[in-house]
Ligand binder design. Structure first.
Ligand code: NI
Length: 274
């Protein structure tokens, strides 16, 4: 059993063959998929897929690159969407200094509002951090130590995940202190990713999720092609290699953390899917 904890199944890259993509995922042992929202329209289409497929769950949120114009109405829409029973997190939210499509102060405002919404609703957060480690750490530190305690989310096993983790060991350890889990995607399978391999060897197997971020971040040996959820098995295989343990053990550990983060074991729909 494998869980693709982060993919974007609703994107047009899957419009031609979504059924086949899901069939290949099932054949590869991927029992559960979490499709991630990036703005309001995509959050709605993520929910529509979760409504249609028992093995698919959704998150709702506004990605930093889509956060221009974020305001009180956006927050109200997200709150309504999050009430759907198959919405398992708020995300992906965070900061992106790479593309710089939205001014940093606008990104930060959207990030803070969505962190607080997640805390209020008791839903974990899926964090996007691209070239913004120090700012993401500062924002999360303020939230975890200041605004999160005493909220419904503080009762959950993990408040969130740093998706496609790209920080260093010190950042990983701070995230563990906050109770977070980390996500690893295709880049850990790249042959030349020696620093990431060295880091992954030192990450906690009981605090790690595997993900594809499909259609992006395609793992070796499919680089250059579209990514898809079946390839999450390649991430599991690489971790088995790095951690020197059977892939079944990697699958069991990462699936357990994924179920705990997203509360999949609490949801009636999940029973048949898991
Ligand atoms: Ni993503």
């Amino acid at each position: 059993m494998l869980i693709d904890t982060h993919c974007h199944l609703d994107l047009p890259q899957f419009d031609e063959d979504r059924e086949e993509v899901l069939a290949r995922a099932a054949a590869a042992g991927v029992t559960t998929l979490v499709t991630i929202g990036i703005d309001l329209p995509h959050s709605r289409s993520a929910i529509a897929l979760a409504d249609h497929y028992p093995q698919v769950f959704a998150t709702v949120g506004v990605h930093p690159n889509e956060s221009a114009g974020f305001g009180p109405e956006t927050l109200d829409h997200l709150r309504q969407l999050a009430a759907h029973p198959k919405v398992v997190a708020i995300g992906e939210i965070g900061l992106d200094d790479y593309w710089q499509r939205v001014p940093g102060d606008v990104q930060k405002l959207a990030f803070r509002h969505q962190l607080d919404l997640a805390a209020e609703l008791g839903l974990p957060v899926v964090i996007h951090d691209r070239d913004a480690h120090e700012d993401v750490r500062a924002e999360l530190r303020d939230w975890v130590t200041g605004r999160l305690p005493g909220t419904p989310l503080a009762q959950r096993p993990f408040p969130g995940v740093l998706h496609s983790f790209s920080g260093d060991l010190a950042m990983a350890e701070e995230a563990y202190d906050w109770g977070f889990v980390l996500g690893l995607a295709g880049p850990v399978t790249f042959k030349n990713a020696r620093d990431l391999h060295a880091l992954a060897r030192r990450l906690r197997p009981d605090r790690l999720l595997i993900e594809t971020d499909a259609p992006y971040l395609t793992p070796h040996p499919h680089r250059g092609q579209r990514n898809e959820p079946a390839y999450v098995r390649l991430v599991a295989n690489k971790l088995a290699d790095l951690w020197e343990m059977p892939v079944e053990r990697v699958a069991a550990l990462t699936s357990r953390s994924a179920c705990a983060l997203y509360g999949l074991d609490r949801l009636p729909e999940a029973e048949s899917a898991i």
